[in-house]
Ligand binder design. Structure first.
Ligand SMILES: N[C@@H](CCC(=O)N[C@@H](CS)C(=O)NCC(=O)O)C(=O)O
Length: 228
């Protein structure tokens, strides 16, 4: 049977920040969707068929057509349902600024994951890089508005905020404080405002469960690195 033009499905897992970004965007737009939980240890034909290149989640399936890569999915959601809760500014310059910071976050935020995957000198370097990345955001992106460069939540907040939530988990797992409130007061108060948004609160997975999951994950990753 052919899919309705309107059917929206999200293939994902709840412990992935990239899937959480998409879930939050759909909730903010009030779009109804079906969440299809993927088994990453035994990838489904549905995932392989819809994302044959990277074989990764999240995948958004809209009217039977797949959209992949979380930030591309978020732009797609914004362009498909522009009227409700616009997630980009109306003016072109404002949009370019939002996209600049999204690119910055996509390029640089991985250093926090690097701190999760490593130990010793490599980890120390990843932490230094993470602090540098946060300092740039603290000084140049937090402009005194409620959210990133505007008073309404938008795509940049989703790009950064969900990763910040997960990085809190990583900090706890590796027992290193990176996003310290005294060093980064603007990011810290922005984070509080971001977490207060009801659609965001609804989507964030339980913190303690994430910590348990990522503790085990780190043991696996380090054991694999040690034996290679
Ligand atoms: N750049 C991608 C990253 C997606 C990603 O890394 N997904 C992970 C889960 S968090 C995945 O599917 N991993 C499975 C694999 O690498 O085989 C995005 O933003 O969507």
């Amino acid at each position: 049977m052919e899919e309705s033009q309107e059917t929206v499905k999200l293939i994902g897992v709840k412990n992935s920040p990239f899937c959480c970004r998409v879930e939050c965007a759909l909730k903010l737009k009030g779009v109804k969707f079906e969440y299809i939980t993927e088994d990453l240890s035994n990838k489904s034909d549905l995932l392989l068929q819809h994302n044959p290149v990277h074989k990764k989640i999240p995948v958004l399936v809209h009217g039977g057509k797949a959209v992949v890569e979380s930030m591309i999915i978020l732009e797609y959601i914004e362009e498909t349902w522009p009227e409700v809760n616009p997630l980009l500014p109306a003016d072109l310059h404002g949009r370019s600024v939002a996209r600049f910071w999204i690119k910055f976050i996509e390029d640089k935020f991985l250093c926090i994951w690097q701190a999760f995957r490593t130990e010793g000198e490599q980890q120390a370097k990843a932490i230094t890089d993470s602090l540098e990345m946060l300092k740039t955001i603290e000084e140049h992106a937090m402009t005194g508005k409620t959210f990133f460069n505007r008073d309404k939540i938008g795509l940049t907040d989703l790009a950064f905020g969900i990763l910040v939530y997960w990085s809190g988990v990583i900090e706890e797992v590796i027992k290193v404080k990176i996003l310290d409130a005294q060093t980064f007061p603007r990011i810290t108060s922005w984070k509080q405002r971001f977490m207060e948004v009801s659609e965001i609160k609804d989507c964030l997975p339980n913190y303690d469960e994430l910590v348990t999951f990522f503790k085990l994950r780190r043991e696996t990753v380090l054991a694999a690195a040690a034996s290679s």
